[in-house]
Design a protein around this ligand. Structure first.
Ligand code: XBP
Ligand code: MG
Length: 260
């Protein structure tokens, strides 16, 4: 295992809890605006999250939950239009400051920057959405904190495919053994592991808590803050409940050794 050079973050569910009150709400606003009576409830959305990517998720919904919908001839164009409007609604929600970063995220980003550990993003979501969240939740110019942003349709296959992590590693010029990945979902974990990355820290949320995270080094409630330690679900958790660089640099053992 080589020294730690970079931290790669997933966005949705990892940097912030954007799915239930961000993406889901934006989808529903776009549907209503288009005159559709589709309602993606919190419960239904949990099932729809089995497919990553907003356009892919709409198609999955039509194929599995709304088969009676009379499809327009140009279904791909129809979905793309809906999704474009959804992105607009999502950006407006972020501009209102609707979703804060999760505990410990800003602290760890700032510690990494100070220490010269490189930062990157690997996400399925649309690039504009990443910028909207970062600009609303971090100081002005914080997009520059991330030297590589891998997002959306930039790769042919979205998570759980490994494409986005392979793309980000290549852009950073780093080996899989030189980075640690932060994810919130089994699909994200599978994607990172598929790219050969062994060190994956999972922080769960209500949509992902029950998923299978075997293959992660540690599964936590969140990254923790001093005085607000993170609960742990699996693996080698930090003794003080706070994920910082000292803890991450110690996460070097073989994978099997940390799976309790
Ligand atoms: C994120 C997603 C995305 C968002 C919607 O997954 O699945 O589809 O829900 O984004 P991950 P778009 O956190 O694993 O990257 O609508 O912009 O596609
Ligand atoms: Mg995620």
């Amino acid at each position: 295992m080589t020294g730690l050079q970079g931290l790669i973050f997933d966005v949705d569910g990892t940097l912030a809890d954007t799915e239930r009150d961000g993406h889901r709400v934006a989808f529903n606003r776009a549907f209503a605006e288009a005159g559709l009576d589709w309602d993606w409830t919190v419960e239904l959305y949990a099932q729809l999250l089995s497919v990553t990517g907003g356009k892919e998720r709409i198609l999955y919904y039509l194929e599995n939950y709304n088969t009676g919908f009379e499809r327009p001839v140009d279904l791909t164009g129809f979905i793309a239009g809906l999704h474009r409007d959804k992105t607009g609604h999502y950006m407006a929600l972020m501009a209102e400051g609707a979703i804060p970063l999760r505990p410990g995220v800003r602290r760890l980003l700032e510690e990494a920057r100070t220490a010269g550990v490189r930062l990157a993003i690997a996400t399925t979501t649309t690039p504009e959405n990443v910028e909207a969240l970062i600009e609303s939740a971090l100081p002005k110019g914080a997009m520059d904190w991330f030297e590589v942003v891998g997002a959306g349709d930039i790769v042919p296959h979205k998570k759980p495919a490994a494409d986005i992590y392979i793309w980000v590693l290549e852009k950073m010029g780093l080996q899989a053994s030189q980075v640690i990945v932060f994810e919130d979902s089994a699909h994200g974990l599978t994607a990172a592991r598929g790219a050969g990355i062994e060190r994956v820290v999972v922080t769960v949320n209500d949509y992902t808590r029950a998923q299978d995270f075997s293959g992660a080094l540690v599964v936590l409630e969140n990254l923790g803050e001093p005085g607000m330690p993170a609960g742990s679900l699996f693996g080698r958790a930090p003794s003080d409940g706070v994920v910082d660089l000292a803890f991450l640099r110690g996460l070097t053992g073989p994978l099997e050794a940390t799976a309790l």
